[in-house]
Write a protein that binds this ligand. Structure first.
Ligand code: SF4
Ligand code: SF4
Length: 210
């Protein structure tokens, strides 16, 4: 595939990402139809990314092998030295960190013992649900339920909107739209000592920075 094929993949990727941005728009509401559409677009995104990666890998391989063959045939490098160098570089590459799919382990989120009770309704006008701007990843239990949305570009982190809030946080009231099914971490989180949220929890003085 030449550069035209590569450009087609890139423009397909840009179009898909533009559509995906809509998921993060404030007020985006999930319905069974839009869920199916999200899934289709997520798969399309994955396939386009895979095609780009395959294309780039093939181009790199063709270039490297052509260069090596040419240098060996001209007597400029030795075949054995080349193989030793390839194994050395291969080992170095194996040690590089690679992006990983993140999935949290937790006990049953509905078990209840871990749930922290805080008078959120009373505090929301002050804290503006700052806890719902924090990033975290989901559990197998969340994925099995298929209710909590995850970020297709960063599996399986909670999906957040462009304004930084979790996609389930109502943009106006800051209430959780999936309260009964919210993830484990939302139930167990305790903001009382978290200085990102409260300068003084007891006196209800929020940290308005950030
Ligand atoms: S920051 Fe604290 S008080 Fe505010 S919504 Fe979150 S848990 Fe409740
Ligand atoms: S799931 Fe609900 S409680 Fe948890 S971060 Fe999102 S809006 Fe907040």
């Amino acid at each position: 595939m030449g550069s035209n094929g590569h450009q087609a993949h890139q423009s397909g990727l840009i179009a898909t990402m533009a559509e995906m941005e809509q998921w993060n728009a404030p007020g985006h509401v999930q319905t069974p139809d839009s869920l199916q559409k999200d899934l289709d677009q997520g798969l399309r995104f994955a396939h386009v990314m895979m095609s780009i990666t395959q294309h780039d890998a093939r181009e790199g391989l063709v270039f490297a092998r052509s260069l090596a063959e040419l240098l060996v045939s001209k007597g400029l490098i030795d075949q054995q030295e080349l193989e030793e160098m390839m194994s050395c570089i291969g080992r170095q590459l194996d040690e590089l960190p690679t992006p990983k799919v993140r999935l949290a382990k937790s006990e049953d989120k509905y078990a209840g013992e871990h749930t922290v009770l805080i008078n959120c309704a009373e505090r929301l006008p002050l804290c503006k649900a700052k806890c719902c701007t924090f990033s975290f990843y989901l559990t197998e239990q969340d994925l099995d339920e298929g209710i909590v949305r995850w970020d297709y570009r960063r599996p399986y982190w909670i999906r957040r909107r462009a304004d930084g809030y979790c996609t389930h946080c109502d943009p106006l009231t800051h209430r959780c739209g999936i309260h009964a099914h919210r993830p484990y971490v939302c139930r167990a989180y305790d903001c009382r000592q978290d200085k990102r949220v409260w300068l003084d929890f007891e006196r209800m003085i929020p940290n308005s920075e950030g």
